[in-house]
Design a protein around this ligand. Structure first.
Ligand code: ADP
Ligand code: NI
Length: 218
C-alpha cells in the first residue's frame, strides 16, 4: 500500500471508530486537527506522513472515555497500522505521539518523548481546544459530564497535577482557567502561536460578556 492509500484507510478507520463519539471528540474534531496540523506543518521541517497519521489517530481511544486507561489509544493505533504493514519505526513514532500529545500528560514532571511532528500535532490539537470551537467543545463536554456551567463559589485550581486534573468535576467555566487560557503560552510553533493569540483574545472577550450577563448586565 502506498502512503496515500494508507492515509485514506486511516481516515476510513477513524471515521468508523469514532461514530457516535461525544461532540467535541468526534470525527470532525479529528478532521479539524488534521487540517490545522497540515497548515502548521508548512512552516516546519517535518515528515508529513507522520504528521498526517498522528493527527488522524491521536484521539482514537481517548483515556477519558475509557475509564482513564491511557494504553488503549496507542494499542489500537498500533494494531491498525500493523495490519496495513506500516514500517515499525513509523508505528513506534505514532504510538509515542498518541501517548504524549495530551495536555494532561504535559502536567507530568517526568521526561517526555519529543519530536517536531509531535509538536505540530500538539499545536493543532490545542488550537481546537481554544477560540469559538474550544468554547463549544468545553460546554459540550461539560454537558456530557453533567457539570454546572459556572459556580461563583467554586474557584479554579491552578497548578494541578495530572491526577487531580483527571478527577476534576468542576464547573465548565473553571476549565477555561485550568486549561484553555494556559494554552497560548504552551504553543510550540510560530504558526501555532499566531493563531492561538487571536483565539485567546476571543475567549477573554467571551468570558467578560459571560460575567456581565451572569451579573444581570446587558
Ligand atoms: P487532553 O485530552 O489533551 O489531555 P483534556 O482532557 O483537557 O485534554 O480534553 C480535551 C478537550 O475536552 C478540552 O479541550 C475540552 O474541550 C474538553 N474537556 C476536557 N476536560 C474538560 C472539563 N473539565 N470541562 C470542560 N471541557 C473539558
Ligand atoms: Ni484531540
Amino acid at each position: 500500500m502506498d502512503k496515500s492509500n494508507i492515509i485514506q484507510a486511516t481516515i476510513d478507520f477513524v471515521k468508523k471508530t469514532l461514530d457516535g463519539a461525544e461532540g467535541g471528540h468526534d470525527w470532525f474534531h479529528i478532521e479539524r486537527v488534521y487540517h490545522n496540523a497540515k497548515l502548521i506543518a508548512k512552516g516546519e521541517k517535518v515528515d508529513l506522513f507522520i504528521v498526517e497519521l498522528g493527527s488522524l489517530l491521536h484521539d482514537i481511544a481517548d483515556a477519558k472515555f475509557y475509564d482513564g486507561d491511557e494504553t488503549i489509544g496507542p494499542k489500537k493505533a498500533t494494531q491498525f497500522l500493523q495490519g496495513l504493514q506500516v514500517e515499525e519505526t513509523v508505528i513506534f513514532h505514532i504510538e509515542n505521539i498518541i501517548r504524549y500529545v495530551s495536555f494532561k500528560n504535559s502536567l507530568e514532571k517526568k521526561p517526555q518523548f519529543n519530536s517536531i511532528e509531535l509538536q505540530v500535532i500538539q499545536d493543532a490539537d490545542r488550537l481546537d481546544a481554544i477560540g469559538a470551537i474550544g468554547i463549544a467543545r468545553a460546554f459540550n463536554y461539560g454537558g456530557f459530564k453533567n457539570r454546572a456551567l459556572y459556580d461563583p463559589d467554586i474557584q479554579p485550581k491552578l497548578d494541578q497535577d495530572k491526577e487531580t486534573y483527571k478527577k476534576s468535576s468542576a464547573p465548565t467555566i473553571n476549565h477555561f482557567y485550568e486549561k484553555l487560557l494556559l494554552l497560548k503560552d504552551m504553543m510550540n510553533t510560530e504558526t501555532g502561536k499566531k493563531i492561538a493569540e487571536k483565539r485567546h483574545v476571543f475567549m477573554q472577550e467571551y468570558l467578560d460578556q459571560f460575567y456581565r450577563e451572569w451579573n444581570g448586565k446587558a
